[in-house]
Unconditional design. Structure first.
Length: 211
């Protein structure tokens, strides 16, 4: 463990929830809560200050921007902090948009304190931390016949994960850009996603890509 603590931002519109998270996390060695935000907009603004390592983000706020939208805004910036979603919602309609938005972790609010702390440390290290129910459902998707990626599709997605454009992927693999787009379309269908970001996040979460 390094001497530098993991600096946390708690984003939730319920003061009691923020107080509970603070109480749990500040007892953990190597963690410090440096700020709280009661709205998603405030979380986005505070995360941009450059002194946050991990944001714990609720999905539903009373009004205005939601947690997934805020996650996307936060993670879009260079050198952005990691985002761990902590919510009561675990349906596909909630988890997939959050992962697509760039969340590194997804936990439910009834997670034990040690699981919460472990997820924060995992996220701070740049690895994915998913609640078991979420991970199980994502794994089930891949067990359905027809959802496994071919070696070529995995190769294309790995280059996309490295930040290459369709044109650059085509040049690297000696394919046409149209062929790359066809591969991506099949990947999206198999992973039940609709964007490059979501495809990469889901593939990492499922262990298809190493990160």
């Amino acid at each position: 463990m390094t001497d530098t603590p993991i600096r946390l931002l708690l984003a939730d519109d319920h003061p009691v929830v923020r107080a509970g998270l603070r109480a749990v996390l500040e007892t953990e060695p190597g963690m410090v809560v440096v700020a709280e935000a009661a709205t998603a907009e405030a979380a986005v603004a505070r995360a941009a200050a450059g002194d946050i390592d991990v944001v714990l983000m609720d999905l539903q706020f009373g009004t205005g921007m939601g947690g997934a939208e805020a996650t996307a805004a936060i993670t879009a910036r260079p050198g952005a902090p990691r985002v761990v979603v902590v919510t009561t919602y675990d349906s596909d309609a909630d988890t997939l948009p959050a992962i697509e938005a760039g969340a590194t972790g997804y936990l439910l609010k009834d997670a034990p304190p040690d699981e919460l702390a472990a997820a924060v440390r995992t996220a701070a290290a740049g690895r994915t931390a998913l609640a078991s129910s979420v991970a199980e459902r994502l794994m089930t998707r891949l067990r359905v016949p027809g959802t496994a990626l071919t070696p070529r599709e995995t190769e294309v997605l790995a280059l996309v994960a490295d930040g290459l454009s369709n044109q650059a992927v085509a040049a690297r693999l000696h394919l046409t850009e149209g062929t790359v787009k066809s591969h991506l379309a099949r990947i999206y269908t198999k992973l039940a996603v609709d964007s490059r970001t979501a495809a990469v996040a889901t593939a990492v979460a499922l262990g298809i890509l190493r990160r």
